[in-house]
Write a protein that binds this ligand. Structure first.
Ligand code: SAM
Length: 443
């Protein structure tokens, strides 16, 4: 434990009193690891049958499970490629459990990359309503998009925008907002050496200032009666109870409400929750607030602008899917997207993706996108090549190789692992030409 900063230990001792020794003892043990089932793509029985290790329910969300500490190469498993699960430290699922997304709601995840909580929100929205996932750091927004695509999320907007600009433009728009704030990461100390190196009392203070300012922006975008959840993966009272108390002191039109969960333990503000390693997770703080005041500056709705080549896009859609396309299609540059419902005007908000990428315009044709198949249910597709998770064919497909298929298959076909769509290829003469994106392939 000598690797822990002395000042951090002093603070934890003051906070935990008699439990400090138990807290320190956790640093002698392996850290918790977990996955979260993605019900948009897979059911538990199918996932469990395909995983090479056993999983155990965690208390932090009905979709979350512990995995063995020694698990290797999680990201190269076929079920991971297929988006059947998301790798997530178990207690990190607690914030969305408190947010409690309901199908049909409009939800903003303001600090969203790499997308653990966004993919969890999307799973609970079940394709209904809108998820707006924002990440201010541009290159992290790319990772966020890739994770949302892998998990088959069709009703999201991904943006990279400063919280103040975004929330001013989208004033009063959202039913629920999650601020999973950048923090000093004390809850990462057991698994990330760098978080320990970066820690200092000055960093904690700077984080608290930034967290309050993010909350000040977030509140602008919330409807009357809407829910604002604030979470961090740090233990510091300054960044947790301190930030929430400072926010509430400045905004009497917000009230703290009970998290109504039994995991972890009550925080110093008793309605909020804390999770320490002694509680079965690496560390999280969650507080839930409600906006009492009116907020009626709704943004104008989005109007579909460029319908130029929509006929070609609808034609491609019906080559791939059994049903007609029921969504609006828009051309953005060379790309075609299937728009989600409930879009507000997007101008000036750093939007990098809306809905599902359908394909890219080439000379006289549209090349279908990987994301289009990832968001598809197997039963919706005209052609599907279903492979077992332990077959040599799925290993070859995920490496980008051609595979042998039924000689009767022609044209674009989804490729699934145990019935979970994980990409596509083009079939002719009993072969499937591989369209699995190069950057996602296994070595
Ligand atoms: N919610 C994410 C998840 O579950 O995968 C993790 C979010 S992480 C704790 C906080 C995020 O806030 C980081 O991706 C970081 O880049 C972003 N961030 C950094 N500075 C920010 C700021 N000033 N405003 C908003 N977000 C910021």
């Amino acid at each position: 434990m000598n690797f822990l900063p002395q000042e951090f230990k002093n603070r934890m001792k003051t906070m935990l009193n008699g439990e400090f020794e138990a807290f320190l003892a956790c640093y002698e043990k392996p850290h918790y690891r977990g996955i979260r089932l993605n019900p948009l793509k897979c059911d538990l029985t199918t996932l469990e049958a395909a995983l090479p290790f056993s999983i155990v329910r965690s208390p932090f969300s009905p979709l979350s499970y512990y995995i063995p500490a020694e698990t290797e190469k999680l990201g190269s498993l076929p079920m991971h490629h297929a988006g059947a699960f998301y790798s997530q430290e178990p207690s990190a699922a607690s914030a969305v459990t408190v947010l409690d997304p309901q199908p049909g709601e409009l939800i903003l995840d303001l600090c969203a990359a790499p997308g653990g909580k966004s993919t969890q929100i999307a799973a609970l929205l079940d394709g209904k309503g809108l998820l707006w996932s924002n990440e201010v750091v541009k290159n992290r927004a790319g990772i966020l998009l890739s994770n949302l695509e892998r998990c088959g999320v069709a009703n999201a907007v991904v943006s990279s925008c400063h919280p103040e600009v975004l929330c001013t433009s989208l004033a009063g728009y959202f039913d629920k907002i999650l601020v999973d704030a950048p923090c000093s990461g004390e809850g990462m100390f057991r698994r990330d050496e760098q978080a320990i190196q970066d820690w200092s009392p000055e960093h904690v203070k700077a984080c608290a200032v930034r967290q309050l300012s993010i909350l000040e922006s977030a509140m602008l975008a919330l409807k009357q009666g809407g829910t604002l959840v604030y979470s961090t993966c740090t233990f510091s009272q300054e960044e947790n109870e301190g930030v929430v108390s400072a926010f509430l002191a400045r905004h009497s039109d917000f009230e703290l409400v009970d998290c109504s969960q039994s995991f972890g333990r009550p925080a110093q503000l008793a309605m909020a929750r804390r999770i320490f390693p002694m509680d079965g997770g690496e560390g999280h703080f969650v507080a839930k607030m409600k906006r009492l005041s009116a907020n009626e500056n709704y943004p104008v709705p989005y109007s579909v602008k460029n319908k130029a080549q929509a006929a070609m896009a609808f034609d491609l859609y019906s080559q791939i899917f059994q049903a007609q396309c029921s969504r609006s299609v828009e051309q953005v540059g060379n790309y075609f997207v299937l728009l989600p419902d409930f879009l507000p005007d997007l101008k000036g908000l750093g939007v990098i993706r809306v809905g599902v990428l359908l394909g890219e315009a080439k000379t006289k044709r549209i090349e279908p996108a990987h994301a289009l198949f990832m968001a598809a249910q197997p039963k919706e597709l005209n052609s599907l090549v279903n492979l077992s998770h332990d077959s040599p064919e799925i290993t070859a497909f995920l490496r980008g190789e051609e595979i042998e298929v039924d000689a009767g298959l022609r044209g674009f076909a989804g490729v699934a692992v145990d019935g979970v769509v994980t990409g596509f290829g083009k079939c002719s003469n009993g072969r499937l030409k591989n369209h699995y994106p190069k950057g996602l392939r296994n070595n």
